[in-house]
Design a protein around this ligand. Sequence first.
Ligand SMILES: Cc1cc2nc3c(=O)[nH]c(=O)nc-3n(C[C@H](O)[C@H](O)[C@H](O)COP(=O)(O)OP(=O)(O)OC[C@H]3O[C@@H](n4cnc5c(N)ncnc54)[C@H](O)[C@@H]3O)c2cc1C
Length: 462
Amino acid sequence: MTDLATKIAARLGPKGVVTENADLAPFLSEWRGRFSGKTPLAALPATTEEVADVVRLCIEAGAKITTQGGNTGLVGGQIPDGEVLISLRRMNRIREIDAANDSLTADAGVVLKVVQEAARESNRLFPLSLASEDSATIGGLISTNAGGVHVLRYGMMRDLVLGIEAVLPDGRIFSGLKGLRKDNTGYDLKQLFIGAEGTLGIVTAATLKLFPRPAAREVVLLATPSAERALALLHRMKAATGAVSAFEVMNRLSVEVTVKNVPSVRDPLQGAGAIAVLIEFEAAHAEGMRDAIETALAAAIEAGEAETALIAENAGQMRDFWALRELISAGHKPEGTQVNHDVSVPVSQTPAFLARANAAMEARVPGARIVAFGHMGDGNFHYTVMQPLGSDAAAFPGAALTQTVYEIATALGGSISAEHGIGVARRSDLARFKDPESMTLMRTLKRAIDPNNVMNPRAMFE
Ligand SMILES: Cc1cc2nc3c(=O)[nH]c(=O)nc-3n(C[C@H](O)[C@H](O)[C@H](O)COP(=O)(O)OP(=O)(O)OC[C@H]3O[C@@H](n4cnc5c(N)ncnc54)[C@H](O)[C@@H]3O)c2cc1C
């Protein structure tokens, strides 16, 4: 490996290789401390050609590779365990903005926030938005097919990518950086790399879709008595306004623990409702939007779909409403032993999922505390089960509860991973819950593109 480090340094220069333990440490664990690993060296190429050369040098040396972007992934796929780490951090250029084509081309190491800002400067919108946007990179977001809060209106990362450039497991470069909305010339190869979690190659750049900037925005926070009413409310607000860009829910306990554990957060609903709903609306014109929202809210209150309803009156209130939602992950972390899930079901099945899962958790662990929140408008819940207050953490059957949550989601036609991916954390669950034919097809693709299992060899597959 010393020899490999020397060869990589000769190609990339001294800035391109890290071998000292202290310098490697930030690459080897993630922010929650749930995953940690080891590597003989980290390579930091600055161009696509450098990535390709590093991959070829690794192959010659018989080394495997784990790719890392912003190291914000939640399932551990970016942390090496003996592989060479290739970090895309130095590939951080916006290559081109073609405003007339509503597209932007960026290196894979560009941080999402920078892309959002570049789009804004061109009077355009790049709509992907999530709590890790200050650190997550375009390559990581593509590789995990990230979702976030605007999927309802704009889709997931998969829907926002026009073209991809990637270095293949044998060091060749796939040049698919097209800015086309229509291209029916066979298989859509760029899609292979989206959601592949680095197992099929290293994404080095992408051409992304831009959108007009919405001139008008409103944010509503309201209380609703049940998931059934929340679902009715979602469809009412979509039909009445045509402008819903986010529909996020938080069960009462998720709000309570966040207010308790995050000093900056307060509950504007003051305890009302079994479920808090945050709805964001966006439109090209402000005219008529507030009226349409108020009329729809009045009808929702009349129908029992909403109790207390608050419309943010200024940017500060909008931020406060969103802060409550975005800080829920931090809010329930200190609440003892817990298991977290990121599941999806068809939107129509969201009330059934919550009813069945809550009942099953209570039957298995009486007094179990459930934090259920997330993107109900996309059928996606972040569903956490926490040990009962004052109970023995060692007696908490977390792994068994996870299997039950996954069985319930799957039985409703859902998925065990809505947006966070598989990584190393969910490999055995994937093998158990994905249908056998899909697993066979996935393995066939992996073998065809990466026959020697060079790229992220521990991610996704057992
Ligand atoms: C606070 C917080 C909130 C989050 N909220 C959401 C959310 O709402 N929705 C959502 O979908 N996700 C969310 N995430 C997780 C999200 O998936 C990651 O933040 C992001 O997509 C990963 O980007 P990254 O650059 O940090 O990638 P990393 O963490 O470095 O890597 C993630 C995976 O992608 C691979 N990879 C990284 N770069 C490349 C590349 N260039 N080529 C090939 N493979 C690569 C890695 O090997 C790894 O398997 C959240 C994370 C945090 C910490």
